[in-house]
Structure formats: structure tokens, C-alpha cells
Design a protein around this ligand. Structure first.
Ligand code: MSP
Length: 510
């Protein structure tokens, strides 16, 4: 495999919850980027998986009357299924209960201990099991965590990581690496949190057993976040830092996370890594949260949406498209049936789907189902083709952020240009009057659609693949390097079929 490496990760999901819209969102966003980079010739490693230790998972196992390991084995499968269902092309699926992960977490612990970063002490403070996080008294709001989760008072013997001593070095690191935390608003939040003062962090627990044993003192299990964050290097063979995987892919190019877990990824994780003498990931991007029909998603409100419901109702590509197009990556947004149907029927069925269907049907009927032979190009033809050919560098720029919504807007601008061009050139009217010009117009359109289909693959892989089949673009001509291989006139094309069906509301029961 050649190409510049690109290592991208999703957070690993807590197995106590069933997969929902929010999990699918993070995974789909990472997937679109991983697919884009692969098609663009990068050597990609895309990691996802499950976070299986800690008090929250232990409690869920107990509630369902099974041993934690058996519980995890069963529910981790739900996340593997979600990954498959959403057409997520991860290279590795990691579970924190794997033996290699226990070893990696213990090795990181030992590295920190050897460097004098850990000491044994006594913890007294507030802990939220739901958040798996410690809170200061001053952070509590009406006796609850700032997230609204319940907290409990914990007093026990714990190991501590000397986080306070890292305050200035972290601030210096953020200063020297202005792109480390994105978007900017999150960066500002983290910087002011760290400036506000850091306390040493409790990194072990003694009141339950479901975790990675602390090396040399198995009475303690490691704090679940220290264990969980290590997954990003376990997957690269850590502690074997001379392994090919580690050398190729660390530091990671991008950790995509939700806004709720920024502190863990942007404060604790770089501090652990720096303290262990390891490199820090290049970028952490925090996306926003979805509400559903204007309300926080929750099982008790009955508006908890599973990826399966979404895909059954709308199809996988429309859901992927909607998630990435509907809101700026980084902002919060609302998932509503109305908005979902609007995008499906507007952007996908009417704009892109109809364009492809109209053009391919005319080629099928009027050009003997072969790629037409173009004649001399007029300025309108050149303008449309140039817009299509200019897309890749623009998309690269937008996805470096990553700003999925802008990348899709850019792509759809050319869909709009192509639709206007069809209307203006009216190829159907040229059939009798100027068949040579009709062939040129249809060729320009087919070539534009080929660009759009190739570039839409990361977001709507199934539909784009079908469209490329209909243009007789073989599997070896589907990466971005193939953008320059224009369609060959005379190539036989299969019968066209719609790629983006309209969503039709089921009739209300009589
Ligand atoms: N296990 C930790 C992550 C450890 S990474 C080393 C965790 N797991 S989680 O399952 O609770 O959350 C996983 C991701 O889903 C988070 O990035 C979170 O922000 C995201 N989402 C959960 N609900 C969400 C929405 N309603 N909307 C968007 N994303 C949401 O945290």
C-alpha cells in the first residue's frame, strides 16, 4: 500500500447503551473521511470499537444478571452490526476486553510509573457513573453533574496521575499546535479549563473489579478513561513502538469525538502521552449533538432513534447524506422526519437522481445506449466541465477541516449547474434538428455526472456505485486518480435505473 498515511478513529462506544443516532453519526462522519482519503490515494487506517470496562458497564451486566464478560460479548455485537448497517468501512474493530488491550494499557501505566508520574493516595470526591467522570464540588449544579447525571461521593485508596504538573506544558502545547483542537470554540473552552487550574487525576479504583488490573497492585483496576484512551495505540501494536503499524500511523491524524468527551481527549490524553514520552495526535475534532424533533433523545421520552429504524425507513445513503449535509460539522442540530424527507426528495431524488435519470435515459433512447461521441465544445460545455474538474481540490480543502456540509454544498452546486445546463441546452429538442450537438451535450453531461458520482462515493457509496455501474465505469476506475480518464465514446451502457427513490409517506390508516 502506498500513499501518505491517514489514521482516523471514532470514540469507542460504551456497550451498556444500544446503538443510536448519535453513535451512527460519529461513525458515518469518520467513514466518509476515511473513504475520501482512500479514494484520494492515502494509506488509511480507520479504527472503531467498543469501550467495555468500568462501573457503568459492570452495573448494566449485573442488572441483566450476567457476568460482565458474557454481557460485553453479547452487546459488543450490536455495535459491530451498527457499523455494518451504516456501511462503515473501518479497518479494525477493537474491544477493550481483548488481551492485547490489557497489555497495552498496563504498559502505558508502567511507562507513566517509571517516569515518576503516578503516586498512591487517597481520593475523596464526586464521581458520576453515567459520565465515568470525576467532578469538583464547584462544578456541581443543584447536586448533579453539569451534564445532569447523578453523582456519588467516593472515598478510597487510589493512584493519582500528576496532572497538575502538566498544566503549563499543556498550555504551551496548545499554543504551539493551534490546530490540535477543533472547532475553535472547543479549543477556547479547553484552554480556559486548563488555565483555570488542573488537579491531579485519580486513575484507579478499588471499589469494583471490572477493569484492567493495575500492574503490581491487582487490588486496583485502572480508571476506565485511561484504559479506553489507550485503545488508539493498542490498535497499532503498542507497546511495540517499533512495529510497522505504530511507525506508520502514530501520531493519529484525527480523533473524531462528540463535544461531551473533549476534556478526556484534549486534556487527559495528551497529558498521558507527553508524560509517557509519546507523541500527541495531530487533531481532535469535536462534533455537536443531535436532538430529535426538538428534544433531547432519551429512552424515557420515547424518541430514541436506532440506526436500524432510520435505515429501514429511509435507506442507508439518504441517512448518511442527511447527517453530513444537514448541520455544520461541529454544531448541534435537530433530526426531524420533515427535514429528512426534505433532503431525500429535494437534494437526492429531484436534484441529483433526476439529473442522472434524465441524462442516462436520453442516452439510452437516442444514442443507442452508448457513450455519445462529442463534437467541438462551446463555452457553455467548457464551463460545466471545468466546474466538475475543479471540484476535487475544493473538496480536499473543505474536508481538511472537516466541513462535510460545505463539501456537499460544493458538490451540489455542480449538480445545480448541470440541471440548468440540461434545461438550457434541451438535448431532447436537438434530436431532430442537430443530432451531433445533442451527442455533445449528452456527453458533457455524462462526463459531469461521472465526476459527481466518483466524488459522492464517500458519502453515498451505494448510490454512487450504482451510478458508476450505469456509466460502465469499472471498479479499477473509481478512485480520484481516475477522474482524468474521461468516458470513452462508443462504450455500451446498461439500462438506467433510478438511484435515489423519492420518499413517499405511507397512507394514513383509514
Ligand atoms: N466510551 C466513551 C468514549 C471513549 S473514547 C476513548 C463514550 N462512549 S459513548 O458511547 O457514550 O459515546 C460515543 C460517542 O457518541 C460520543 O462521541 C458522543 O458524543 C456520541 N453521541 C452520543 N449521543 C449523541 C447525540 N445525541 N448526538 C451526537 N452524538 C452523540 O463516550
Amino acid at each position: 500500500m502506498a500513499g501518505e498515511p491517514f489514521y482516523i478513529t471514532t470514540p469507542i462506544y460504551y456497550v451498556n447503551d444500544s446503538p443510536h443516532l448519535g453513535h451512527a453519526y460519529t461513525s458515518v462522519a469518520c467513514d466518509a473521511l476515511a473513504r475520501f482519503m482512500r479514494l484520494d490515494g492515502r494509506q488509511v487506517l480507520f479504527l472503531t470499537g467498543t469501550d467495555e470496562h468500568g462501573q457503568k458497564v459492570a452495573k448494566s451486566a449485573r442488572d441483566s444478571g450476567v457476568e460482565p464478560q458474557a454481557f460485553c460479548d453479547r452487546v459488543a455485537q450490536n455495535f459491530r452490526d451498527m457499523t455494518k448497517l451504516m456501511n462503515v468501512s473501518n479497518d479494525v474493530f477493537i474491544r477493550t476486553t481483548e488481551e492485547r488491550h490489557t497489555k497495552a494499557s498496563q504498559a502505558l501505566w508502567t511507562a507513566l510509573e517509571k517516569r515518576g508520574e503516578i503516586y498512591l493516595g487517597r481520593f475523596k470526591g464526586w464521581y458520576s457513573v453515567r459520565d465515568e467522570a470525576f467532578y469538583e464540588e464547584s462544578e456541581l449544579v443543584a447536586g448533579k453533574a453539569p451534564t445532569g447525571a447523578d453523582v456519588e461521593w467516593v472515598e478510597e485508596e487510589n493512584y493519582f496521575f500528576k496532572l497538575a504538573a502538566w498544566q503549563d506544558r499543556l498550555l504551551a502545547y496548545y499554543d504551539a499546535h493551534p490546530d490540535f483542537i477543533a472547532p475553535k470554540s472547543r479549543r477556547n473552552e479547553v484552554v480556559s479549563f486548563v488555565k483555570g487550574g488542573l488537579k491531579d487525576l485519580s486513575i484507579s479504583r478499588t471499589s469494583f473489579e471490572w477493569g484492567v488490573p493495575v500492574p503490581g497492585n491487582p487490588k486496583h483496576v485502572m480508571y476506565v478513561w485511561l484504559d479506553a484512551l489507550t485503545n488508539y495505540i493498542t490498535a497499532l501494536d503498542y507497546p511495540d513502538t517499533s512495529s510497522k503499524l505504530y511507525r506508520t500511523f502514530w501520531p493519529a491524524d484525527l480523533h473524531v469525538v462528540g463535544k461531551d468527551i473533549v476534556r478526556f481527549h484534549c486534556v487527559y490524553w495528551p497529558a498521558f502521552l507527553l508524560a509517557a514520552g509519546l507523541e500527541v495526535p495531530k487533531r481532535v475534532f469535536a462534533h455537536g449533538w443531535w436532538t430529535v424533533e426538538g428534544q433531547k433523545m432519551s429512552k424515557s421520552l420515547g424518541n430514541f432513534i436506532t440506526p436500524k429504524q432510520l435505515v429501514d425507513q429511509y435507506g442507508v445513503d439518504p441517512v448518511r447524506y442527511f447527517m453530513l449535509r444537514e448541520l455544520p460539522f461541529g454544531s448541534d442540530g435537530d433530526f426531524s422526519h420533515r427535514a429528512m424527507v426534505g433532503r431525500t426528495n429535494g437534494d437526492l431524488a429531484n436534484d441529483f437522481g433526476n439529473l442522472a435519470q434524465r441524462v442516462l435515459t436520453q442516452i439510452n433512447r437516442n444514442c443507442d445506449a452508448r457513450v455519445p461521441q462529442p463534437g467541438a465544445l462551446v463555452p457553455a460545455d467548457e464551463t460545466l466541465l471545468a466546474a466538475a474538474r475543479d471540484l476535487l481540490p475544493k473538496l480536499r480543502e473543505e474536508l481538511a477541516e472537516p466541513a462535510f456540509h460545505r463539501a456537499l454544498e460544493t458538490l451540489w452546486r455542480v449538480v445545480g449547474d448541470a440541471n440548468r445546463y440540461v434545461d438550457e441546452q434541451a438535448p431532447w429538442a436537438l434530436k431532430k434538428t442537430d443530432p451531433a450537438r445533442m451527442a455533445t451535450v449528452l456527453y458533457v453531461l455524462a462526463e459531469t455526472i461521472r465526476h459527481l458520482a466518483l466524488l459522492a462515493q464517500p458519502v453515498v457509496p451505494e448510490a454512487a456505485g450504482k451510478l458508476l455501474d450505469q456509466l460502465a465505469v469499472g471498479p479499477d476506475r473509481r478512485d480520484f486518480a481516475a477522474l482524468r480518464h474521461a468516458l470513452k465514446p462508443g462504450t455500451q451502457l446498461p439500462k438506467p435505473e433510478g438511484i435515489f427513490p423519492r420518499f413517499v409517506e405511507a397512507a394514513a390508516p383509514a
